[in-house]
Design a protein around this ligand. Sequence first.
Ligand code: SF4
Ligand code: SF4
Length: 70
Amino acid sequence: MVKHSVDPNKCRGCGKCIEQCGLELWILVDIGGGKKRASVIDEAKHICHMCMSCHDACPEQAITIIEEGD
Ligand code: SF4
Ligand code: SF4
């Protein structure tokens, strides 16, 4: 399984990670106050092939992707 984390202090909801993921695993979630934050869909932990395009595209270095057991 793949675990995706977004640092809430860094993400500014620009959507660049969404544009880059060819598998369309990222979404923007409304967090109130007119702000959005990146998040992945539930299936992402099973489908993501760790190409790191989303990670590399993030101008804030907000994304961490790690492989977890099972
Ligand atoms: S690592 Fe690749 S496949 Fe996985 S969420 Fe990021 S862009 Fe999508
Ligand atoms: S590219 Fe980075 S800053 Fe932009 S929405 Fe994605 S995680 Fe947030």
